[in-house]
Design a protein around this ligand. Structure first.
Ligand SMILES: [Zn+2]
Ligand SMILES: [Zn+2]
Length: 130
Protein backbone atom coordinates (compact mmCIF):
# COMPACT_ATOMS: atom_id res chain seq x y z
CA UNK A 1 0.00 0.00 0.00
CA UNK A 2 1.24 3.52 -0.79
CA UNK A 3 -0.17 6.98 -0.15
CA UNK A 4 -1.33 8.80 -3.25
CA UNK A 5 -3.69 11.62 -4.29
CA UNK A 6 -7.05 10.63 -5.75
CA UNK A 7 -7.13 11.55 -9.45
CA UNK A 8 -10.77 12.60 -9.10
CA UNK A 9 -11.09 14.59 -5.85
CA UNK A 10 -7.41 15.05 -4.91
CA UNK A 11 -7.89 13.50 -1.45
CA UNK A 12 -4.93 11.56 -0.02
CA UNK A 13 -5.65 7.84 0.32
CA UNK A 14 -3.86 4.52 0.73
CA UNK A 15 -3.67 2.98 -2.74
CA UNK A 16 -3.66 -0.77 -3.15
CA UNK A 17 -2.78 -2.48 -6.44
CA UNK A 18 -2.00 0.95 -7.98
CA UNK A 19 -5.59 2.26 -7.65
CA UNK A 20 -5.87 5.84 -8.91
CA UNK A 21 -9.10 6.81 -7.12
CA UNK A 22 -10.05 6.93 -3.44
CA UNK A 23 -12.66 4.49 -2.16
CA UNK A 24 -15.45 7.11 -2.39
CA UNK A 25 -14.77 8.07 -6.01
CA UNK A 26 -14.23 4.42 -6.88
CA UNK A 27 -17.68 3.46 -5.58
CA UNK A 28 -19.36 6.25 -7.60
CA UNK A 29 -17.31 5.29 -10.61
CA UNK A 30 -18.14 1.63 -10.33
CA UNK A 31 -21.90 2.19 -10.11
CA UNK A 32 -21.79 4.38 -13.24
CA UNK A 33 -19.40 2.03 -14.96
CA UNK A 34 -21.73 -0.90 -14.33
CA UNK A 35 -24.64 1.04 -15.87
CA UNK A 36 -22.57 1.94 -18.93
CA UNK A 37 -21.29 -1.60 -19.34
CA UNK A 38 -24.78 -3.08 -19.08
CA UNK A 39 -26.17 -0.53 -21.54
CA UNK A 40 -23.41 -1.32 -24.03
CA UNK A 41 -24.07 -5.02 -23.55
CA UNK A 42 -27.70 -4.49 -24.63
CA UNK A 43 -26.90 -1.81 -27.22
CA UNK A 44 -23.55 -2.59 -28.81
CA UNK A 45 -22.37 0.21 -31.09
CA UNK A 46 -24.38 2.92 -29.31
CA UNK A 47 -22.92 6.41 -29.56
CA UNK A 48 -21.64 8.24 -26.48
CA UNK A 49 -24.74 10.50 -26.55
CA UNK A 50 -27.05 7.47 -26.66
CA UNK A 51 -25.20 5.82 -23.79
CA UNK A 52 -25.34 9.07 -21.78
CA UNK A 53 -29.09 9.39 -22.40
CA UNK A 54 -29.78 5.74 -21.69
CA UNK A 55 -27.78 5.54 -18.46
CA UNK A 56 -27.83 9.08 -17.08
CA UNK A 57 -24.03 8.95 -16.89
CA UNK A 58 -22.31 12.10 -18.21
CA UNK A 59 -20.52 11.96 -21.57
CA UNK A 60 -17.35 13.18 -19.85
CA UNK A 61 -17.37 10.17 -17.55
CA UNK A 62 -18.04 7.77 -20.43
CA UNK A 63 -15.07 9.22 -22.33
CA UNK A 64 -13.01 8.82 -19.14
CA UNK A 65 -13.91 5.12 -19.07
CA UNK A 66 -12.82 4.87 -22.70
CA UNK A 67 -9.47 6.53 -21.98
CA UNK A 68 -8.95 4.20 -19.03
CA UNK A 69 -9.53 1.29 -21.42
CA UNK A 70 -12.39 0.04 -19.26
CA UNK A 71 -14.84 0.14 -22.17
CA UNK A 72 -14.25 -0.01 -25.89
CA UNK A 73 -15.96 1.45 -28.97
CA UNK A 74 -17.04 -1.27 -31.37
CA UNK A 75 -17.46 0.89 -34.46
CA UNK A 76 -14.51 1.59 -36.76
CA UNK A 77 -13.63 5.16 -37.72
CA UNK A 78 -15.57 6.82 -34.90
CA UNK A 79 -14.97 10.48 -34.05
CA UNK A 80 -15.40 10.08 -30.29
CA UNK A 81 -11.87 9.09 -29.41
CA UNK A 82 -8.70 9.98 -31.25
CA UNK A 83 -5.04 9.20 -30.63
CA UNK A 84 -3.44 11.99 -28.56
CA UNK A 85 -0.28 11.70 -30.64
CA UNK A 86 -1.40 11.37 -34.29
CA UNK A 87 -5.19 12.11 -34.05
CA UNK A 88 -6.12 8.80 -35.70
CA UNK A 89 -9.53 7.41 -34.67
CA UNK A 90 -9.15 4.82 -31.89
CA UNK A 91 -11.53 2.56 -30.00
CA UNK A 92 -10.09 2.69 -26.49
CA UNK A 93 -7.27 4.19 -24.43
CA UNK A 94 -5.28 7.31 -25.36
CA UNK A 95 -3.06 6.25 -28.24
CA UNK A 96 -3.38 4.11 -31.38
CA UNK A 97 -1.43 0.84 -31.61
CA UNK A 98 1.29 2.41 -33.79
CA UNK A 99 1.91 5.30 -31.38
CA UNK A 100 1.79 2.94 -28.38
CA UNK A 101 4.62 0.93 -29.93
CA UNK A 102 6.54 4.13 -30.79
CA UNK A 103 6.16 5.52 -27.27
CA UNK A 104 7.35 2.23 -25.80
CA UNK A 105 10.39 2.30 -28.09
CA UNK A 106 11.19 5.92 -27.18
CA UNK A 107 10.90 5.10 -23.47
CA UNK A 108 13.24 2.14 -23.80
CA UNK A 109 15.75 4.34 -25.66
CA UNK A 110 15.48 7.09 -23.05
CA UNK A 111 16.15 4.62 -20.25
CA UNK A 112 19.05 3.16 -22.23
CA UNK A 113 20.72 6.54 -22.88
CA UNK A 114 20.18 7.44 -19.23
CA UNK A 115 22.01 4.29 -18.17
CA UNK A 116 24.77 4.94 -20.71
CA UNK A 117 25.12 8.48 -19.35
CA UNK A 118 25.56 7.08 -15.85
CA UNK A 119 28.17 4.64 -17.10
CA UNK A 120 30.38 7.28 -18.74
CA UNK A 121 30.16 9.47 -15.64
CA UNK A 122 31.50 6.66 -13.46
CA UNK A 123 34.28 6.04 -15.96
CA UNK A 124 35.19 9.73 -16.05
CA UNK A 125 35.44 9.90 -12.26
CA UNK A 126 37.54 6.76 -11.90
CA UNK A 127 39.88 8.07 -14.64
CA UNK A 128 40.28 11.37 -12.79
CA UNK A 129 41.03 9.66 -9.49
CA UNK A 130 44.09 7.88 -10.83
ZN1 LIG B 1 -11.56 10.70 -4.60
ZN1 LIG C 1 -1.41 7.47 -33.01
Amino acid sequence: MELTNCKECGRMFGSENGELYCSKCRVDDNADFKKVREYLYDNPGASVQEVAEGTGVSETLIIKFLKQERIEIIEDGNSILSCERCSKSIKTGRYCEVCKAEIKKELTQAVKSLNEGKGSKVKYHSHNNK
